[in-house]
Ligand binder design. Sequence first.
Ligand SMILES: Cc1ncsc1CCOP(=O)(O)O
Ligand SMILES: C=C1C=NC(C)=NC1=N
Ligand SMILES: [Mg+2]
Length: 214
Amino acid sequence: MRAEFQKENLSLYFIAGTQDCPAGIETVLRQAIEGGITMFQFREKGPGSLDSKDDIVSLAIRLQAICREAAIPFIINDDVDLAVKIGADGVHVGQEDEKALEIRAKLKGKILGVSVHSSEEAAKAKADGADYIGVGPVYPTTSKADAKEARGTEVIRDIRLAGMQIPLVGIGGITAENAAPVFASGADGVSVISSISRAQDPKEAARRFSAIIG
Ligand SMILES: Cc1ncsc1CCOP(=O)(O)O
Ligand SMILES: C=C1C=NC(C)=NC1=N
Ligand SMILES: [Mg+2]
């Protein structure tokens, strides 16, 4: 899958777990796909998320099938073993997760995304073989309890000013109304949870981004 991964996949990168989807994650995912999302990350984490491993695995398999039908990359958050087990297209890990270098070895040919909060962490992620980096929170967020302080587009600009061209997605509190500055600062895409997952009409919510993505 890595061969097919390109920065355009990051344009509208939807992330969700059951905890983010009052209307039901499978329904929300299908509507988000109809609305034009370009990549999906299953992130079952935090208050209200499933705690049964079996439930998580069977849901991941169902969500993966929905993404495969639509030919969009299916990414697992944090759980490298789950990603390998079900043959996901890739994994996204934070600084505290398994070392990106070790994951790169386990996930040959798959997509590896790493969360970074500075240009130094971005350089390390690149050296470790990351295919893309997630930078944020850009704006305040309520979808990640332990999120760091919102930095606006400062870190994205720092990374681009440092000359790093690695595929980069901004994340944190992003809506169709505040997405333009994220692209303007050098991001290849925006990563979104609640402005799609909690929308009255997730398809319409996703579609509203396409005016900005071009
Ligand atoms: C997973 C993650 N990482 C940084 S902020 C965040 C949550 C983003 O959720 P939302 O788009 O609802 O603010
Ligand atoms: C924390 C995260 C940062 N960025 C992305 C793309 N996903 C995440 N789970
Ligand atoms: Mg993590």
